[in-house]
Structures are given as structure tokens and as C-alpha cells.
Write a protein that binds this ligand. Sequence first.
Ligand SMILES: NC(=O)c1ccc[n+]([C@@H]2O[C@H](COP(=O)([O-])OP(=O)(O)OC[C@H]3O[C@@H](n4cnc5c(N)ncnc54)[C@H](O)[C@@H]3O)[C@@H](O)[C@H]2O)c1
Length: 250
Amino acid sequence: MTRVIISGCNGRMGRNVSRICGENDDMAVVAGVDLYGVALDAYPVFTEFAKVDVPADVVIDFSNAAALEAILDYCVKNRLPVVLCTTGYSDEQLELIKETSKVIPIFRSFNMSIGINLLTDLIKKAVSVLGDGYDIEIVEKHHNKKKDAPSGTALALAESINHAMADAYSFVYDRSDRFEQRRPKEIGISAVRGGSIVGEHEVIFAGTDEVITFTHTAYSRAIFAKGAIAAAAFLSRQKKGLYNMQDVIA
Ligand SMILES: NC(=O)c1ccc[n+]([C@@H]2O[C@H](COP(=O)([O-])OP(=O)(O)OC[C@H]3O[C@@H](n4cnc5c(N)ncnc54)[C@H](O)[C@@H]3O)[C@@H](O)[C@H]2O)c1
């Protein structure tokens, strides 16, 4: 039985993790942490990590980037592995995650869905076949409550394309201040926000006489919660280090 603390337990994703853990005989949620410290299930909810006094095996975080330092502090003190699913971290925070993974096991993925991780592999293959003769644009769509833009997934997709192109590409988020043709070696990234869209990512390779488009659509947040729970089960068996979804799939 893996004992889980859910950080951001009262949010949309936290509720999904809570529900799916409840359906899983190998997982038990023993506590939650949320700014709005209201207990909605059978486990206690604390308003901050410093107050948590319940033994656990792993933390799953779907809260806010601002919570990172407190989560890592708690996990280091208690030698607990942590699955970081929150997006919108600064470069300094990403560096802190890397440094802290020298002490405890940390899992971080820009997107917890297995489908998106497959999409990443497919676009790397597309880049190796198509070369630089195609203009690449990424369009992501999310619900109107999402605060960060572009999504962590869109950025990670762009980074993996750029990496496959020997880091020769630059990212363009806004063309409104330009009055010029599209330059080669650019990856355009656009964000759409509206309604209750769970998450859509489209990677477009636009050539002279053809367009190739890869699309991933998430219809329910449950796919991210299931991925986070699989990652937690995996991480609770690992030594210190930084892990991602490719490690879980492998
Ligand atoms: N990696 C992925 O696959 C993936 C998928 C979905 C969402 N996310 C990310 O997960 C995060 C949460 O998403 P959501 O849709 O559940 O958001 P949400 O706003 O519905 O829930 C966030 C919860 O965290 C709590 N919270 C905020 N700041 C906190 C803090 N400092 N300490 C403790 N609790 C705090 C809020 O009270 C809220 O209940 C976002 O960053 C989102 O982008 C990642």
C-alpha cells in the first residue's frame, strides 16, 4: 500500500487524484495540503506543508508553482519522493528541482498523459524525416481558468523539436509587433483559452505543397491523474534522482 499526500487536493486535478486513488487498492491518500484547507474526503487537509504530521510514502503535487519551495523543503526533511505535476516553474525553480533531486527522488513531467509522451516521440521522428524545409507551428487550447500560457506541454514540445534540430530554432509567441514575413527556423507557439477545454495540442509542419498535423486531445483530466498515480507508484520504489514519464513507460 502506497501512502499518498496530495498537494493541491481541493483543486480540479487534486480531486481527480483523490477519486482515482480511492478506486485503487494499492493507494491510500493519508493527507492533503491546500491553501483552502477544507477536508472534502476522509483524510485531513492542512493549509501548509509545515503543519503536516502524517507519515506517507510519496507526495503528488497539482497545486501552484508558488508552492514548490515548501513542498521540496518538506520532502527533503522527511526523505519523501515527490511527483511534481504543476506547471509554470521559473528557470530558478527548475534549477532547484534539479539540485534537490540529488537528495530525494523527484518526478517531473510537463504532461502526465501517456498519449502526449507518445506525441513527443512522433514529432521527433517527423523532424528527422522532414528536416528544416517545413514551418513549424504549435497551437494549444485550454480552459479559461488556466493561468500560465503557453502551456508547459507546448513549450516542452517546442523544446524537443528544437533539440532535435541542434538548438537552431527560436520560439515566437506573438507576431503582432512585427511587419515581416515569417522567418525560417522559427517555432510559432499560440495559446487559445476558453470554456472548459481540457487540453489540446496541435503540432503543424507546413511545407510548400503539404501540411502534416499531429493532434492530441485530452477529453478528461482523469488521464493526468492516472499518469500521476502511476508515476507515484514508480517513484516510491526509486533512489534519489530526476525522473520523467519516459522512465515510467520504460
Ligand atoms: N502535468 C500535467 O499533466 C498537468 C495536468 C493538469 C494540470 N496541471 C497543472 O497542475 C496545476 C493545478 O491544476 P488544477 O487545474 O488542478 O488547478 P486548480 O486551480 O483547480 O487547483 C489548484 C489547487 O491548489 C491550491 N493551491 C494553490 N496554491 C497553493 C499553495 N501555495 N499551497 C497549497 N495549495 C495551493 C488551490 O487552493 C487549489 O485548490 C496547474 O499548474 C496545472 O497547470 C498539470
